[in-house]
Design a binder for this molecule. Structure first.
Ligand SMILES: Cc1cc2nc3c(=O)[nH]c(=O)nc-3n(C[C@H](O)[C@H](O)[C@H](O)COP(=O)(O)OP(=O)(O)OC[C@H]3O[C@@H](n4cnc5c(N)ncnc54)[C@H](O)[C@@H]3O)c2cc1C
Length: 399
């Protein structure tokens, strides 16, 4: 049996960020990660936004800056050119291992090959720790607070009966490939049935000769297997993959991401949920790394501050208020747009991509990042004459 102030389940960006800030506040902290190493199995494409990544003080050597966005639908091909890089594609393994180093430097313990299997509850239903299978055998990890950062799995919340399995979710598959001909400053999204029957495909460059090529589908809208679609796209070099010339896969990645909005409750006596476990992702393009890092850091800090108050639900309220104020309504609005996108025909996608072309670079950026404000959306409704555009922007305004 071991005892810590805070036990963190999952060594992804949320868990490692929570460990960093909890340890900084002098809480004794351990991260339990089931895989053999941090970021051993990559479950993400690693696209994020330079402003956020800089705010988290992640060094520039860990990402490839992106200036331009290209969106391809069955009969449209739109390139939005930026003046300076706004987005980036992370070297995921290096970034997550850097986050682990930050946490370790602050004094957090990290235990890999440690799979949490069950939860310890007091007679009054307070979470008092977890049980994990580790290289030292099956161990009890007692704690005052457990942070569930186990991603899609939400293992602690589910095992304690506080959360259900996700019923709407995305599945994504991708190859990280060597390619001959890459534009390293441009990422590409491809929409329409030949790329995904309910979702999109992507090309995200990491360097001059390395890209991630993938496709994803939303369940339950699609029951198709995304790997079949991805293999067909690559084998037949379907536009724009023909431009990449020689494509040779070097790594295969796959993962699941919740797609039904954030969980209503993310705090309980002795337990807090963060990252994908809490459903904190932008449903528009299913991106959650920046939320995982930001809310992970806040979770660790507020968790550490709650130790003196018994880590009750009440003492964790500040955490839930923080993330809900920041993103809850944005996630709800994006979900409405995403639900529309999952059902669109090829013709409807052509019309939608035309709206994106008319939006221009800056408005598209705000839109895809889910940075909606009422005034911005009103402006878009007023400046876009077409009925489809009005319909799209009104969807977001309609609370
Ligand atoms: C295919 C795909 C592509 C994506 N692309 C992007 C993108 O380009 N940009 C972006 O921002 N977001 C993207 N996302 C979403 C992003 O990956 C997640 O939002 C983000 O990883 C959430 O971080 P997390 O730490 O909450 O969870 P995760 O990164 O999933 O980390 C959870 C960790 O918990 C561990 N774990 C699980 N169960 C247990 C257990 N029982 N015991 C111990 N450890 C456990 C896992 O091994 C894992 O290391 C993508 C998701 C998918 C599926």
């Amino acid at each position: 049996m071991t005892e810590h102030d805070i036990v963190i389940v999952g060594g992804g960006p949320a868990g490692l960020s929570a460990a960093y800030s909890a340890a900084r506040k002098k809480a004794t902290t351990i991260v339990l990660e089931k895989d053999d190493s941090i970021a051993q199995n990559i479950r993400t494409s690693g696209v994020s936004w330079i402003d956020d990544i800089k705010r988290f003080e992640i060094p520039e050597k860990y990402y490839n800056p992106i200036k331009n966005f290209r969106i391809i639908s069955p009969s449209k091909d739109v390139l939005l050119r930026g003046n300076s890089p706004k987005s980036c594609v992370l070297d995921v393994r290096a970034t997550y291992q850097y986050l682990a180093t930050l946490a370790a430097k602050e004094g957090a313990e990290i235990s890999v090959r440690s799979e949490v299997q069950s939860v310890k509850l007091s007679p009054s239903n307070k979470i008092t720790g977890v049980v994990a299978v580790t290289p030292k055998g099956r161990l009890d990890f007692d704690s005052k607070l457990v942070i569930d950062a186990s991603g899609f799995n939400s293992i602690v919340a589910r095992r304690s009966g506080y959360a259900y399995n996700w019923s709407r979710y995305g599945i994504g598959v991708e190859y990280e490939c060597y390619c001959e001909n890459i534009d390293p400053e441009t990422w590409v999204l491809m929409v329409g049935n030949k790329y995904s029957d309910a979702g999109y495909a992507w090309i995200f460059p990491i360097s001059n000769h390395r890209v991630r090529i993938g496709t994803g589908v939303g369940r339950p809208e699609s029951l198709s297997d995304p790997i079949k679609k991805l293999n067909t796209l690559i084998e037949n070099k379907i536009k724009p993959l023909d431009e990449l010339k020689n494509i040779q896969p070097i790594e295969y990645h796959y993962g699941f991401i919740p797609n039904e909005g954030a969980r209503k409750t993310t705090i309980f006596d002795g337990l807090l949920l963060v990252g994908d476990s809490a459903g904190q992702a932008n449903p528009l393009v299913l991106e959650g790394i920046r939320f995982a890092i930001e809310f992970g850091r806040v979770a660790g800090e507020i968790g550490a501050a709650s130790l003196s108050k018994g880590c009750t639900k009440e003492s964790l309220q500040k955490y839930e208020k923080f993330w809900k104020d920041r993103v809850d309504s944005k996630i709800k609005s994006s979900l409405k747009v995403q639900t529309r996108w999952l059902k669109m025909s090829d013709d409807a996608w052509d019309r939608e991509v035309e709206i994106i072309r008319q939006m221009g670079f800056e408005d598209f950026l705000d839109f895809i990042k889910a940075q909606f404000t009422t005034s911005k959306m009103m402006k878009l409704v007023l400046t876009h004459p077409h009925a489809t555009a009005k319909q799209l922007f009104s969807l977001i305004l309609d609370k």
